[in-house]
Design a protein around this ligand. Structure first.
Ligand code: IFM
Length: 440
């Protein structure tokens, strides 16, 4: 059973999240090419050689999708704008049809009584900017601020909230160190530069949004609880290193104007010149802070150069992504954010959810495992709120089954099932459970 509104403080908001490239259908509507198109076109990068060309065709089916949000009794919708849909080359000319689309989307939300929560960048970097070095190039901070200003001028008067960048760890580490996401690099110098420039771009975008009169500005980080794989001091050190470059680097840069020593131990020699002087820009005041949370990791020491660690299997039940289910980790991070970084700032769980191999059957889509996952994590949020952690809202990932990046369309996170052959939407049992729990 899902908790209901009565289990949360007055005014607590419930939402669902999506992102542009994962649902829109990026080959349509005059959008420019992105590094995800290039990554997906390279053999071996994405399961079944899938891509975001059509995705859920949200570009044409957005009204039906907004009706689904309203039908679930949700208060707020976290969506993203594609940089290349708005500015196909990343700089210069604007694609009017792209901005018009987001304009209609925002009006469509407001018409349904749903608050629009904007993320400016959820990973689809215009290829023209990737050609210039993408996140490795310090100039990206200025290019991104210009994009932020264009969007702010058009949508800013009607947004409930805005955040510049979804999950900076994925933008920087997952994409430049692990090579799992576009641009698929495995290069520590590129990583160090991206780790810093993503925060510089965040700071410049916050300045641009605020100058354009947009309020309720925040930042969204992803966190994974890092457990040492055993009781040895070596495992403890490895887990602390993982925690530093994954969980603490970005929030610490913004809220403490410093990077964790355990991460600088490896990245320090590869940082861009003058990085220490950028914290005035990076540490712009914010109005809220968001946590995306899914799982925990077990970290063991490993031979080789820094960070000299490896992830090993843990004992908990797993989702279809192979991710251990550890709801207590969400409570851990909400408490840690409040205590160590954000103080009284409102916190939001900006993403949480699970992939499951959902199938349509005679009795509908019986995703009881997802209902249990959401219930357990919402329970942790309610507990933290009752302790006085200022958590003010929760967004489920995701409204729709969608393009799960390198996993293609095989991993289903949606409250609503999408048949990718017909694009038919079918609400799952979790959708109906949420709608009941949130009914007023
Ligand atoms: O699908 C992603 C999303 O784009 C960012 N956060 C995690 C989700 C699940 O992997």
């Amino acid at each position: 059973m899902l908790p209901t509104r009565a289990d949360f403080p007055e005014g607590f908001l419930f939402g669902a999240a999506t992102s542009a490239y994962q649902i829109e259908g990026h080959a349509q509507g005059g959008a420019g090419r992105t590094h995800w198109d290039d990554f997906a076109a390279t053999p071996g990068n994405v399961a079944n050689a899938e891509n975001g060309d059509l995705a859920c065709d949200h570009l044409h089916r957005w009204q039906e999708d907004l009706d689904l949000l309203a039908g679930a009794n949700l208060d707020v919708y976290r969506f993203s704008t594609s940089w290349a849909r708005v500015m196909p080359e990343g700089r210069g000319p604007v694609n009017a049809a792209g901005l018009d689309f987001y304009d209609r989307l925002v009006d469509g939300l407001l018409a349904r009584g749903i608050r629009p929560a904007l993320t400016l960048y959820h990973w689809e970097l215009p290829s023209a900017l990737a050609d210039l070095g993408g996140w490795r190039n310090r100039d990206i901070a200025g290019w991104f601020a210009d994009f932020a200003e264009v969007v702010a001028r058009r949508l800013g008067d009607r947004l409930w909230s805005a955040a510049p960048i979804n999950e900076p760890w994925c933008v920087a580490w997952l994409s430049h160190f692990l090579g799992h996401h576009a641009p698929g690099l495995r290069d520590i110098r590129a990583t160090a530069r991206a780790m810093h420039h993503v925060l510089l771009a965040h700071g410049r975008a916050i300045q641009a949004l605020r100058a354009a009169g947009v309020g309720n500005l925040g930042a969204v980080f992803n966190f994974e609880r890092a457990f040492p794989a055993d009781d040895s001091p070596e495992a403890a050190r490895a887990a602390a290193t993982f925690d530093a470059f994954y969980n603490r680097w970005f929030i610490s840069g913004i809220f403490r104007r410093e990077y964790p020593a355990e991460a600088l131990a490896g990245l320090g020699p590869h940082m861009p010149p003058g990085w220490e002087d950028d914290f005035d820009t990076i540490a712009q005041p914010l109005d809220w802070c968001g946590a995306n949370y899914y799982t925990c990791k077990r970290i063991a020491p490993a031979p080789g150069p820094w960070p000299a660690l490896a992830e090993v299997a843990g004992p908990l039940p797993r989702t279809d992504m192979g991710w251990e289910i550890h709801p207590e980790g969400l409570g851990f991070f909400l408490r840690r954010m409040h205590r160590d970084y954000t103080g009284d700032l409102p916190l939001y769980v900006t993403e949480n959810g699970m992939a499951a191999p959902d199938r349509i059957a005679a009795g509908g889509i019986r995703d009881e495992d997802r209902i249990a996952y959401l219930a357990a994590h919402l329970g942790e949020v309610a507990k933290a709120a009752a302790e006085g952690v200022p958590v003010r809202g929760y967004f489920c990932w995701s409204l729709l089954d969608n393009f799960e990046w390198a996993f293609g369309y095989g991993k289903r996170f949606g409250l609503v099932h999408v048949d990718f052959a017909t694009l038919k939407r079918t609400p799952k049992a979790s959708y109906h459970a949420l709608a009941r729990a949130l009914a007023r």
